[in-house]
Design a protein around this ligand. Sequence first.
Ligand SMILES: Nc1nc2c(ncn2[C@@H]2O[C@H](COP(=O)(O)OP(=O)(O)OP(=O)(O)O)[C@@H](O)[C@H]2O)c(=O)[nH]1
Ligand SMILES: [K+]
Ligand SMILES: [Mg+2]
Length: 439
Amino acid sequence: MTTATIFALASAAGRAGVAVYRLSGPGAGEALRRLSGHDLPPPRKAVRVRLKEPDGSDLDDGLALWFPAPHSFTGEDVVELHLHGGRAVAQALAGALRVLGLRPAEPGEFSRRAFLNGKLDLTRAEAIADLVDAETEAQRRQALRQMDGQLAWLTEQWRSRLITALAHLEAVIDFSDEDIPDHLLEQARDEVTALARDLERHLADGHRGERLRDGIHMAILGAPNAGKSSLLNRLAGRDAAIVSAQAGTTRDVIEIHLDLKGWPVVLADTAGLREAACEIEAEGVRRALARAEAADLKLAVFGGGEVDAATRHVIDGATVVVVNKLDLLAGPPPAEIDGRPVVALSARTGEGVERLLDLLAGEVEARFAVGTAPVLTRARHRAAVEDCRAALGRFDPGLGPELAAEDLRLAASALGRITGRVNVDEVLDVIFHEFCIGK
Ligand SMILES: Nc1nc2c(ncn2[C@@H]2O[C@H](COP(=O)(O)OP(=O)(O)OP(=O)(O)O)[C@@H](O)[C@H]2O)c(=O)[nH]1
Ligand SMILES: [K+]
Ligand SMILES: [Mg+2]
């Protein structure tokens, strides 16, 4: 049993008006008594405290809250300290807590304890991490839905349907020597078919949940000097990529994160597409094409009046066509290229860029704001649902009710991994280590 009492800064590090520290474990109450020189305050009430170092010298003045187990975030005794935010205070407090036998928390250790103490299922623990990391509206809303239990609820629903089917099968197994009641087998079969169809529907969500969590990938493609890097910088609002009049400036893929009207986007600038002049540039072009392949949306950029074959080649249904250098065009820009409407703009002056943003947001909405909100937000969830579906695919009562029951048990256990209901030691490390310290 782990009984270490841990502590961490729960708010962001650095200078701040207030910093929140969290202590959790059996020694949390005693640590507060020792630091404050007073008895524990009433539960869940903020009280003013003057904290002292173990040698009696002043440490800081602040607020303390006492959350006795099990009514705390971790389910253990928890103390929250609101002190002045600064490095010296943080160091003094850490020093004092170490002397009192506490140790700094590892990344995600508070949430891990909360999970182990039954305060959170895994999907809700993940949702907390996602909410903290959320950079856009769409990510925030998705994390909140998961925190409210959308995925946990659905998973439990599926599991209980499986358990029902399993009960029908087990009834058949009990009957084995007598007349096999066909209707029970039929019922189990129907339940499994309906459930498999439901899983299928959620698996066919276009990976929207994962995409929203990680960012929707867009790649800028075009001939050298079309102004791809200039456009990336314009959209980023900073000089993220080198721009020059020399063709073949960009070689590596350069990524920026963008909040596109509430949607999280990872936008990639790439090397200009052409017959490469050297090995390095050839590698750049290879990477550009790989990015094009993997992107959710592509921006095909043409510089001025030139419509080159290599760029035309990447245009498909998931491409927004851009004619750049509008400020240099003598005549009107083409209305369309290869059947796709054209957004004409100038990365230099900014003209037309707002229209491009509107169009991109529209494309994202058409792809991501469709149907019901996705519930699978991580590859881990998808893998578990796929395993469940595979087990259901093997399900065949014709091969005997015992084998069929085993497939249902495997299917239920795959689902149990999502919320952490089933033994999941090996996944815990992976999940909680991506958390930051203090969560
Ligand atoms: N007049 C004008 N010049 C532009 C515009 N956009 C880019 N340029 C110029 O075009 C040249 C090439 O721009 P880059 O952004 O480096 O082009 P690129 O497509 O990234 O080029 P590579 O990385 O070499 O493939 C630079 O001299 C830019 O200043 C524009 O809208 N108007
Ligand atoms: K260039
Ligand atoms: Mg470039």
